[in-house]
Ligand binder design. Structure first.
Ligand SMILES: Cc1cc2nc3c(=O)[nH]c(=O)nc-3n(C[C@H](O)[C@H](O)[C@H](O)COP(=O)(O)OP(=O)(O)OC[C@H]3O[C@@H](n4cnc5c(N)ncnc54)[C@H](O)[C@@H]3O)c2cc1C
Length: 386
């Protein structure tokens, strides 16, 4: 089947800008790195933004195909480029028309970035323990607190911040905060061990005032859950891209490496490993696509916003992130062994892939947290079991 144009564009971006530039992409260079601008020049920046906001309106299934290609080249670039989907999907579903017009339309026009600020140090994954607050003061909201991790926050145009209502500590909100609001301080950029072409920051908010109209509609924790569906599926997809790259690196290496007087590629032990990789990669691909179709089926409904709220965390988003994180790790770990001692050095790209793939099972909920969530939401209620 002929590839769609957008996919051929992404593949050519990956070949020209990412493959071969691994050392630079892995160097934690000043963000945003030039590759982000190069990607914007393809016309595909923020490819999922709805047509009403001037975007291309590509769906999540198409996004899976794009992210698999991008992360074949570099998972950090892929992560930095797609993570705004978490922020923009919350605004698309739960923001007022005015917020969409004021923030999503220019984001599309300027190929900009935006960020979500949920995580806090003390609360960890128990987001109901967050301490960042919003206080109502007439027609404004005043935000105070510190957020531990936020990708793209430094150069994003706006942030969606998850807060506790000061007047009612059991209520949570998601608030759109323009990045240039006085009182926002980027405390530091994290020196992450993988996905180093992305940029994640610790950020504090001190008496940040925004219009009360910047509140998204609904419980902030629930809106975050909804937003995480798309980004979890795409984080899972980065494991797929990384695993495909690892497989291809192994095939290239095996043509040159001699074992018992013959190329490693003709060794049955090697063949069994690569056959296993291919089976795992195929299942990862099908799982990512199936989860994306689940998501798209809701997104296409006229009552999508309400249906997403009703569904909350989609089962397929959880299974896909867990499965791909674990399987990607198995593949890259086995692949790294194949390169012998060199595979354990910075001379080999495989060591970068090993660091990169680790993030899949940590970011947006570690596997222990997701297993716990899966148990509570999809095992205990008998009707939700597969
Ligand atoms: C590169 C990167 C980018 C990120 N980007 C963002 C971003 O843009 N926005 C944002 O809001 N956050 C972001 N994060 C935060 C990220 O989502 C969290 O770090 C991740 O979800 C893990 O949560 P935590 O750090 O709070 O650790 P915790 O979840 O608190 O985990 C710490 C330990 O507690 C255990 N644990 C926690 N809960 C349970 C449980 N229920 N059952 C058993 N064990 C449990 C875990 O297994 C683990 O051993 C980013 C993080 C990184 C590293």
């Amino acid at each position: 089947m002929r590839q769609p144009d957008y996919l051929r564009t992404v593949q050519s971006f990956v070949r020209n800008e990412l493959i071969g530039n691994e050392a630079e992409l892995d160097s934690l260079a000043a963000a945003p790195i030039p590759a982000y601008q190069r990607f914007a020049e393809t016309g595909l920046a923020n490819w999922w933004l709805p047509k009403e906001s001037g975007g291309l309106g590509l769906n999540l299934e198409e996004s899976v195909r794009i992210v698999s290609e991008l992360s074949y080249g570099d998972a950090g670039v892929a992560f930095g480029l797609f993570l705004p989907i978490l922020t923009t999907s919350m605004i698309s579903w739960y923001g007022s028309d005015e917020l969409k017009e004021r923030y999503l339309t220019p984001l599309q026009a300027d190929n900009g970035f935006c960020a979500t600020m949920g995580s806090e140090h003390a609360a960890g994954s128990e987001l109901a323990r967050i301490t960042t607050t919003a206080r109502r003061d007439g027609e404004t909201l005043v935000l105070n607190g510190e957020k531990a991790f936020s990708t793209n926050a430094d150069f994003g145009r706006f942030l969606v911040v998850v807060v506790r209502a000061e007047e009612n500590p059991s209520a949570f909100h998601a608030v759109l905060v323009p990045r240039d609001t006085p009182g926002i301080t980027v405390e530091k950029r994290w020196d992450v061990i993988g996905v180093r072409a992305s940029a994640t920051y610790q950020v504090s908010l001190r008496d940040c005032r925004v219009p009360a109209a910047n509140l998204l509609q609904g419980n902030g924790l629930r809106l975050l859950e909804v937003g995480l569906n798309a980004s979890r599926i795409l984080i899972a997809t980065t494991a797929l891209g990384i695993a495909r790259r690892a497989r291809d690196l192994c095939m290239d290496y095996a043509k040159t490496k001699q074992v018992k007087g013959a190329p490693l590629a003709s060794n049955p032990v090697f063949a069994a490993k690569l056959g296993q990789f291919e089976m795992q990669i195929d299942v990862m691909l099908n799982q990512c696509l199936a989860a994306a179709r689940d998501y798209d089926a809701i997104a296409e409904r006229p009552d999508a916003a309400e249906e997403f709220l009703r569904a909350g965390t989609l089962k397929s988003a959880l299974t896909t992130k867990m499965f791909c994180g674990q399987t990607g790790w198995q593949i890259v770990s086995a692949a790294s062994e194949m390169f012998g001692g060199v595979g354990y050095t910075h001379e080999s790209i495989i060591s970068k892939l090993l660091r990169d793939v680790r993030y899949v099972s940590i970011v947006e909920g570690g596997d222990d947290v997701l297993r716990d969530l899966m148990f509570a939401r999809y095992v205990v209620p008998v009707s939700k079991r597969s």
